[in-house]
Design a protein. Structure first.
Length: 297
């Protein structure tokens, strides 16, 4: 009668898969090994009691470890050096599916480095390893629909196609953002209305609503504000500290006192006007969204 498998034996059955996932997310042999080792440490501490799908549980752990590593890397502005596709660890051979995933080489890794952390996680898990969006959503802190959008945006970047017309429209979008901020700072109500779609919707997260209510000179937010006139009234004569930035890869604005982004203005555009504004202060989302360099003094 065969000896029952130990926890370590069961973990080793998943090691090659976990390493392939981690390498695609991080682009570094050493960091991938560290992520897999962290997954083992967490499993050994927690045990597998109550875990129905050990492979899925371990993949989730590795993905979360990698997401934290990508966010930390972004905050340090460090770029990993892409290696050749890694061999399977400890002599383990991945199955045919993982061989296909591992065939994605250095060129793919270079493109993946241009993605925001949450985009990279969503794309790698779904497109390279067929993890459902319902399972990815809790990892990246989004709902399934938003997670699908992350992966779609990443996919189009990887394929070299414009994302929502961003390449062709980016200059015009920057001009619209600049006009909106100038009108806001100057209290030019008519210019604000001209920059806004009549049906514009503004949404703000709870921290943004609270902070704005406590800070003199800040725009006045509610969870949702509808219509150009109401949105313009919220911004008129305010937003003096907001500066242009790329937010989620699209022209937007940030409030960054001391050079540290504290809030992001996420714009959507339609017909040459601003059709939606989302105000984000949640620090986890900010790390994923904002590409901002503080002005040089």
């Amino acid at each position: 009668m065969a000896e029952p498998k130990t926890l370590a034996d069961r973990f080793e059955e998943h090691r090659a898969h976990l390493r392939a996932v981690a390498y695609r997310m991080l682009g570094s042999d050493g960091e991938a090994d560290d992520a897999v080792q962290e997954a083992w440490l967490r499993l050994s501490r927690a045990g597998e009691g109550g875990v129905d799908n050990l492979g899925g549980w371990l993949t989730t752990v590795v993905a979360r470890v990698c997401l934290d590593a990508l966010r930390s890397r972004k905050s340090r502005r460090e770029e990993p050096i892409a290696d050749d596709a890694p061999p399977a660890a400890d002599g383990l051979q991945p199955d045919a599916e993982l061989q296909i995933a591992d065939s994605v080489g250095v060129a793919m890794l270079v493109v993946l480095e241009t993605l925001a952390p949450a985009e990279r996680i969503a794309f790698v898990l779904h497109d390279l390893f067929d993890v459902p969006f319902d399972d990815i959503a809790p990892i990246v802190g989004r709902n399934p629909a938003a997670t699908r959008q992350l992966a779609s945006r990443a996919r189009r970047r990887v394929q070299g196609a414009p994302v929502d017309g961003e390449v062709a429209d980016r200059t015009r979008q920057r001009e619209i953002v600049d006009a909106f901020l100038t009108a806001s700072r100057g209290g030019d109500f008519d210019a604000l209305l001209a920059a806004l779609d009549p049906e514009v919707v503004l949404r703000a997260d709870p921290l943004a609503v609270k902070t704005a209510s406590e800070r003199a000179g800040a725009p006045q937010f509610a969870a949702e504000i509808f219509g150009a006139r109401a949105v313009a009234e919220s911004f008129s004569g305010r937003a003096r500290g907001a500066r242009p930035a790329l937010v989620g890869g699209v022209p937007g604005a940030v409030w960054a006192p001391g050079g540290v982004p504290r809030s992001a203005f996420v714009f959507t555009f339609a017909g040459g006007r601003i059709a939606g504004i989302e105000i984000v202060m949640d620090p986890v989302r900010l790390r994923d969204l904002v590409e901002y360099d503080a002005p040089q003094s």
